[in-house]
Ligand binder design. Structure first.
Ligand code: C5P
Length: 283
C-alpha cells in the first residue's frame, strides 16, 4: 500500500514551429516549452483491488481509462509487468482544459513519476520517456518540466537555460479547436512568418527577456478559423496594451499568454476583465 501526491504543472509554448508532416501521420515539431506554476494535484494510491480507477474534481472531464492519467497508469504497469497492482488516481483540476497547456499530459506524467516512486521501480530516464511517448506527445516534457527545446513529435528534449524571472498572465478564450483539425488546417495553408528558434535560443541563453518576448511565436495562430484568430488577436492586443513585453497562443490553443517584467495590482485588475485569467510565473 502507499500514497503519493504529485504536482502536475501546466506548460506554455514560447515558440512553436511545425516543420512538416511525417510518414507516420504525426508532424515534426520544433518548440521551446516552459512549465509554469499553475498546477493540478494528482493523488496516486496503490489499492488492494484490481484495476485502474481515475476520478477527477470536474464532472465534465473523462474518468478511468478515458483519462490520459488512466492510460499512463496502464502503460506503466504493462511496462513493469505488474498487472496485479491496483491503482487509484484522484485529480484536483486547476489547469484549464482545451487550452494548449498540456493539462491532461501533465496529469499523465505525474502518474508515471508517482508510480515509479511508489513501486520503487527505479526506471531509467530513457525507460520513463518510452512510457511517456506511448501516452502522448507532450507527456515527456511534462515528466521533467523547466525550459526545454522539444523536437520530433515533441518527445526529443533538450534542457535549456531557465527562463528569466517574470510575471505571466494567461487568458483562456471560450473557444477550442480540435488538435488534429488544427494540424490539418496548418497542412493546407502556406505559412507566413515562422518563429526564429535559433535567435530565441540565443536570447534565452543571454537572459534577455525583452528580446525573447519580442520573438514569442506560434504557427498555429495562422491556421485558426477567421473568427477564432480575431479573438486571439484581440486578446494579444489587450495584453500588450496592459504592458506585456510579448504574447502568443500556446500549443493548439486557445489560451494566450503575455509576459511582463512585473504585474502590479492595477494591471492585474485590468487583465482580469478580459475573461478567464490566470496569473503565474515560470517554474
Ligand atoms: O500525441 P498526441 O496524442 O498528444 O497527439 C494528438 C494528435 O495531434 C495526434 O493524433 C495528431 O493528429 C496530432 N499531432 C501531430 N504531430 C505531433 C503531435 C500531435 O500531428 N507532433
Amino acid at each position: 500500500m502507499g500514497h503519493i501526491r504529485e504536482r502536475a504543472c501546466a506548460k506554455l509554448n514560447l515558440t512553436l514551429n511545425v516543420l512538416g508532416k511525417r510518414p507516420d501521420g504525426y508532424h515534426e515539431m520544433e518548440t521551446v516549452m516552459q512549465s509554469v506554476g499553475l498546477y493540478d494535484e494528482v493523488d496516486i494510491t496503490i489499492s488492494d483491488g484490481l484495476g485502474i480507477e481515475v476520478d477527477i474534481s470536474r464532472e465534465d472531464l473523462p474518468k478511468g481509462l478515458h483519462n490520459l492519467a488512466g492510460k499512463a497508469a496502464k502503460e506503466f504497469l504493462d511496462y513493469v509487468n505488474r498487472p496485479e497492482i491496483g491503482v487509484k488516481v484522484y485529480i484536483t483540476k486547476h489547469i484549464p482544459d482545451k487550452a494548449g497547456m498540456a493539462g491532461g499530459s501533465s496529469d499523465a506524467a505525474a502518474v508515471i513519476r508517482g508510480l515509479d516512486r511508489l513501486l520503487e521501480t527505479k526506471l531509467s530516464g530513457e525507460e520513463l520517456l518510452q512510457i511517456c511517448a506511448k501516452v502522448g506527445s507532450d507527456v515527456a516534457f511534462c515528466l521533467y518540466g523547466g525550459t526545454c527545446l522539444a523536437r520530433g513529435r515533441g518527445e526529443r528534449l533538450l534542457e535549456l537555460t531557465p527562463m528569466p524571472e517574470c510575471d505571466i498572465a494567461i487568458v483562456k478564450p471560450d473557444f477550442s479547436v480540435s488538435t488534429p483539425e488544427l494540424f490539418a488546417a496548418l497542412d493546407a495553408i502556406n505559412l507566413g512568418k515562422r518563429p526564429d528558434t535559433a535567435g530565441f535560443l540565443r536570447a534565452l541563453e543571454a537572459g534577455e527577456l525583452l528580446k525573447m518576448a519580442s520573438m514569442f511565436a506560434n504557427v498555429f495562430e495562422q491556421a485558426l478559423p477567421d473568427r477564432e484568430r480575431r479573438v486571439v488577436e484581440d486578446v494579444k492586443r489587450a495584453l500588450i496594451d496592459s504592458g506585456a513585453l510579448g504574447t502568443a497562443m500556446t500549443g493548439t490553443g486557445s489560451a494566450v499568454f503575455g509576459v511582463f517584467d512585473k504585474l502590479d495590482d492595477a494591471a492585474k485588475a485590468r487583465i482580469s476583465s478580459l475573461g478567464t485569467v490566470f496569473f503565474t510565473k515560470p517554474v
